[in-house]
Design a protein around this ligand. Sequence first.
Ligand code: GTP
Ligand code: MG
Length: 183
Amino acid sequence: FKYIIVGDSSVGKSNLLMKFAHNKFTEDYQATIGVEFGAKNIEIEQQIYRVQIWDTAGQENFRSITKAYYKNSVCAMVVYDITNDNSFKHVQNWIEDIRNQSSKTVLIILVGNKIDLEDKRVISYDEGNEFAMKNGIIFGETSAKTGVGIEEIFYKSIKEIIKNMNENYYELSSETCGIKKGN
Ligand code: GTP
Ligand code: MG
């Protein structure tokens, strides 16, 4: 399953990926240049699913490079920072980008990150959840620092993809659906 992670700069996309794939977190901010890659195998009901994740740069000047990665993704995660109002405001733009650039069947997930910083929170759980419900997308909150919520959101998305597959939602013969069948 090919995933892409998008969202404003410094919301914690790279750390979410690092925590998920390698159980690592770094306090120092190192902006992603272009696109970084990570992967992890997940077992669900005796089946192994390999999740390949493209972590994109949030910085504006890389936009033309990162857009090339929207195609061929089965799932797009839009991340905002619950302590940063602007990063939440921009979610709408990220979703528009995804709808314009990705396959029609792309699953969009909204993630509110940095919930360990509860005292600095400016976007409530309900705000995030309501936005997601209005837009018909899956929602979850996470902390890349503590790891809270990360497995849940990936499992949720994978289970949704499996459900969609069972309902023949994807055109598996085409690369653009973001799913490749193994042996
Ligand atoms: P770009 O690559 O520029 O798009 O940024 P990014 O979204 O990949 O952000 P990154 O993962 O590099 O994290 C930015 C900063 O926020 C770093 O200093 C991280 O340590 C910090 N950070 C990320 N996630 C969390 C979190 O869940 N909690 C806290 N407290 N800090 C976090
Ligand atoms: Mg990054």
